[in-house]
Design a protein around this ligand. Sequence first.
Ligand code: SPV
Ligand code: MG
Length: 432
Amino acid sequence: MKSVFLSMSTDIIHNGHIKIISQASALGELTIGVLTDEAVAKYKRYPLVHYEERVEIIKNISGVAHVVRQDSIDYEAILMERKPDIVVHGDDWKMGYQAPIRQKVIEVLQRYGGTLVEFPYTMNESIAALEGNARHILAMPERRRKSLRELLQLKKPVTILEAHNGITGLIVENTKVERGGEIVQFDGMWVSSLCDSTAKGKPDIELVDNTSRLNTIEEIMEVTTKPIILDGDTGGLVEHFVFFVKTLERIGVSAVIIEDKKGLKKNSLFGTEAAQTQCSIEEMCEKISAGKHAQTTHDFMIIARIESLILEKGMEDALLRAKAYVQAGADGVMIHSRKKSPDEIFEFCKKFRETDENTPIVVVPTTFNSVTENEFALHGISIVIYANHLIRSAFPAMEATAKSILQNGRCKEADEQVLPIKEILTLIPEAK
Ligand code: SPV
Ligand code: MG
């Protein structure tokens, strides 16, 4: 009897799965590798049914002889351990983001003489609708709001990219690449004050009001499912902040980050070049505590952003504030720096972790950009926010196109650097 291996990540069992299980079990003794929640969230989307339940369901499907835990979409480890004679998969992975994973499986099988058997992938309207429904559920405020806390339990670091409208939201939602044998994607969106303001042609000085910020969030929410972290600037007056927290919580935002500044806020990356005032510890604690009391659920997070290093107030001040903010109820701290070297960030993390093992630390590595996500995780950092990269990449591309049209007195040359008409027409499908 041959040994057969089939990996499954699904949280919605449909006739296509039953069919491939029966086809696979006809080839020999079938073992199903059930991907963990972390692995599924990493390469696909947050699973609606958790690992233990998925194992129970799959165990009880006829034709399944064994169920084993699979920790990664990279099959190498599990295949080298089990060396099944046959690996079965649907033929959908020949194309698209799973193609490199398939290639690696073929290579690993060649190493020990295993075979890959691919069956035609079952896709029809009702199956597509099931996945559509799952995404719809993830986009509901109740579900989306808590997804940041859930991700924090599953993976380190959680990676977040800036989005400032529907199209950038879609890029954060859908972009996937293969990296080191795994499929990686961003975990959520940062609605940056800098980028939301810049997209509207306004400076980053809390000029774009909350109603407008909410419109941006709504636009992103309409077309995505991933958690949203809002850059809440200073949070404004305590009396206003409590109302804003309730609104954000109700619409399904997962977290707001507020910074310990007062008066006219300028972007942190100006550092001490711009006149900026840090508020007192007491003022910030009062705001955090009022915000925490205002929220109704446990899901929503208020993260306190410490500007001491930006404003050159020193490490001791940063640490003192971090502790005070956590005591006041902050669900996380963001430590910001505009140094090229990550040393002061790492020093902060080390000292903060000496007395606080759990509170999530957030960083925005715009300047200390050589540090990898794995290194951040090793320093106890839970969330990495790439805060401005989509708008910074769009601006030079758009300006170059505008210049090309002007320089040539026609748009033929610009065509080489823009999306073909056929692709822009079908970029956003009509039906979901
Ligand atoms: C933003 O993205 O607006 C931020 C991060 O607040 S930073 O620009 O680095 O201050
Ligand atoms: Mg900002």
